[in-house]
Ligand binder design. Structure first.
Ligand code: HEM
Length: 678
């Protein structure tokens, strides 16, 4: 026995060394590189786009869109996979000079998670400097309530099935009497979890169930349903038949297979050492199943023996021995998995600050309390069982509830983007946007002034000044991130740019003259503002554990020059003239509180109406949320949108795209007067 113990301890130590020495794991298909690169300026249009991810994307569930600078979609071929991790689309033969946005959305074949992002590149002479390698951070799908509940059910059901077989049959010799009922209930819960997980994935990915299960991503979900169904069939047989033991062992075996299938579509499968990580993860699940599943069976047995004067002494001791080993394996394999997902020892502290790390800390804390309760059972409650069974029963009851909490946290954890994946994506370059905007947080503690240079769609440099709302003095912060959402094109994914403090400030230190004034300055660059129009930009300012959100509205610069005229009793009219001779005329009537149609008409250089393929009008009240009213078409080049406006200052921003794909932007300030009396 001692020799066996030594072998196991040495084995576990070797596993830790292997894991810490191992390379960084990955998870979620994040963009590793692209051709053309983000922010690239090309002399002529490329014939294809190639995106290489950190995990293999599923081409059947992935989309790549190419947008012109006005946001018009250009037709590209379907994405094809170039193994192992590159998606390719071919581009139209004729692409005019300008800025193009690539908007991608992919589903990882390994863990089924969805990731989306945008980046831009330029063709021909493009306005403004191009900053190489600056790509906005991608957004990823998070855990949904359905996915978390389904995982919790799957974990709980399969763990209990394993416990019923190994502990109920093997260790307790067929006790408790209700073992077959417990097995049946557990199998049904696991099956419901597997079905729920497939539906949750279908909702995330947004394709028909039938299409999903035919993809490499969807297939494991189907296999999970098959395995849990097999467990359920065995459990039904066990509940109904004379020779039920074999059937119950069968459902325990099916549960172990279901655990392996689940592990094959989780984060462990996406690690660079997938076999080793999947083995750890599977051991983790099996050991947790023996421990927690067995615990529930002991609780049922204790309840059954209540008042019989025959407390299950032998059973409790045998289970206690098994539990010691199971807890050891859960802790060691959990630690190994955590190190891998956090990005190795070197990234441990940073990794723990992300939502994945924080959820993991909560899970470990709950896990430690579980272990504490288990230790008290072993050292005290089992010893006094012959005299008093209440402490053991109460402790196991508490442990069961806490374990359920751990499973819910695990359901959340396995749906979050692990720090290692986020770090891999960040390594490709954080990025940002020109124009200017100011805003304050809801509680009016902090003010941000943001500038974007040169201010056109495409690569831009950003500078944010963070100041106190009351005193105007600079505010220091630990991190400032800008989050961008296009109001003009709401279908584009949200992107982020992490800002840094200007180098000269860091170099000079706080002793340097003027350093105080630079404390609140943050800079960055990138292609987050990838299409022209209005953008909702939120600055996230983190200081210590608290984050302040400052929303702002940013409008891209127009290539045209605008003049507005406002005569009494005539609508306010703006005319923007563009270098190629096109002009865009717009007016708002009556410009007093209430319904205000906003008309826009485009004219070709010869003065004839210019046929438009699309127009978006955005009206933004000062300091408020932008509105994007519905467009009505009057003629090929004339549209209108109806907005109900209160008195105050607004910015009208119109992006019109001609049939040849060229886009024109006109933005101007509008004042709405109070409604006339009477
Ligand atoms: C003692 C500390 C523990 C640590 C450090 C730990 C760590 C981890 C980690 C890092 C994962 C991988 C999650 C992912 O896919 O991103 C995981 C998965 C999991 N853990 Fe733990 N864990 C611990 C305790 C427990 C306990 C006590 C239970 C059971 C009550 C448990 C049950 C699970 C389950 C069911 C999975 C999910 C496997 C999957 O979906 O593939 N863990 N754990």
């Amino acid at each position: 026995m001692r020799r066996l113990a030594n072998v196991i301890v040495i084995g576990l130590l070797a596993m830790i060394v292997l894991a810490t020495a191992g390379s960084r794991a990955s998870a979620h298909a994040n963009l590793a590189s692209s051709d053309p690169a983000s922010g690239a300026s090309l002399p002529k249009a490329p014939s294809e786009i190639r995106l290489t991810f950190t995990e293999s994307p599923d081409p059947a569930l992935s989309t790549i869109l190419l947008l012109g600078s006005g946001g018009t979609k250009l037709s590209v071929g379907p994405p094809t996979l170039q193994p192992p991790r590159t998606l390719m689309v071919s581009l139209p033969a004729r692409m005019p000079d300008g800025v193009y946005t690539v908007s991608w959305q992919v589903v990882s074949r390994q863990d089924g998670h969805e990731t989306a992002g945008v980046f831009a590149f330029g063709v021909g002479p493009v306005q403004g400097a191009i900053s190489p390698g600056a790509a906005p951070a991608a957004s990823t799908s998070g855990p949904t309530p359905l996915a978390v509940s389904a995982k919790t059910a799957l974990y709980a059901g399969s763990m209990l099935l394993l416990g019923a077989a190994v502990v109920g049959l093997g260790l307790f010799g067929g006790a408790p009497r209700s073992l077959r009922i417990v097995g049946l209930a557990a199998a049904l819960v696991a099956f419901a979890g597997a079905v729920g997980l497939l539906v949750a994935e279908q909702q995330t990915v947004g394709v028909a169930l039938n299409d999903l299960v035919q993809t490499a991503t969807g297939r494991p979900y189907l296999w999970l349903i098959v395995a849990t169904l097999a467990a359920a069939v065995c459990a039904v047989l066990a509940a109904a038949r004379e020779r039920w033991r074999a059937a119950l062992w069968g459902s325990g075996a099916a549960a172990v297979v279901a655990m392996a299938i689940r592990v094959s579509s989780g984060h462990a499968a996406a690690a660079p050492d997938p076999l080793l990580q999947q083995a750890y993860q599977w051991l983790h699940l099996v050991a947790a199943g023996l421990w927690i599943g067995g615990l529930v069976l002991l609780l049922v047995l204790l309840r059954e023996r209540l008042g019989t004067g025959r407390p299950p002494l032998q059973e409790a001791r045998r289970f206690s021995d098994l539990a010691v080993w199971s807890v050891g394996v859960v802790a060691v394999t959990g630690l190994l998995r955590a190190i891998s997902e956090l990005g190795g020892m070197s990234n441990l502290l940073d990794g723990l600050r992300a939502s994945y790390g924080l959820t993991l800390i909560a899970k470990v804390a709950a896990g430690l309390v579980l272990i504490g309760l288990g230790a008290t059972n072993r050292l005290r409650n089992v010893a006094i069982l012959a005299h008093d069974e209440r402490p053991l029963r109460r402790f196991i009851g508490a442990e069961t509830i806490l374990a359920l909490g751990v499973l819910v946290l695990t359901g959340v954890l396995s749906g979050l983007n692990p720090p290692v994946a986020a770090a891999a994506a960040a390594a490709t370059g954080p990025a940002p946007v020109a124009g200017s905007a100011t805003g304050a947080d809801f509680a009016t503690t902090t003010r941000v002034s943001l500038s974007m240079t040169p201010g056109f769609a495409g690569p831009n440099a950003f500078r944010a000044e963070v100041t106190s709302y009351d005193t105007g003095s600079p505010v220091s912060a630990d991190a400032v991130t800008l989050r961008f959402r296009s109001v003009t094109r709401p279908d584009l994914p949200v992107s982020q740019i992490r800002l840094t403090q200007p180098m000269d400030h860091q170099d000079m230190g706080s002793q340097a003259p003027g350093a105080e004034g630079m404390k609140g300055a943050w800079v960055g660059q990138g292609t987050a503002v990838s299409v022209m129009g209005t953008w909702r930009v939120t600055a996230l300012i983190r200081s210590g554990a608290s984050t302040v959100e400052v929303p702002m509205n940013l409008v891209t610069n127009s290539e045209g020059s605008t003049s507005t005229v406002a005569f009494p009793d005539a609508p306010v009219t703006a005319t923007t003239s563009f270098p190629d001779g096109v002009s865009l005329q717009s007016f708002v009537d009556p410009a007093t509180a209430g319904p205000n149609p906003i008309h826009a008409t485009a004219f070709a250089p010869d003065g004839a109406e210019l046929p438009l393929s699309g127009v978006v009008i955005v009206v933004t009240p000062e300091g408020g949320e932008p509105l994007r009213p519905q467009i009505q078409r009057f003629s090929a080049g004339h549209v209108a949108a109806n907005a109900t406006l209160d008195p105050g200052a607004y910015v009208v921003d119109i992006v019109a795209t001609a049939r040849d794909g060229r886009s024109y932007e006109s933005s101007w300030a509008l004042t709405i007067a109070p409604a006339p009396a009477g």
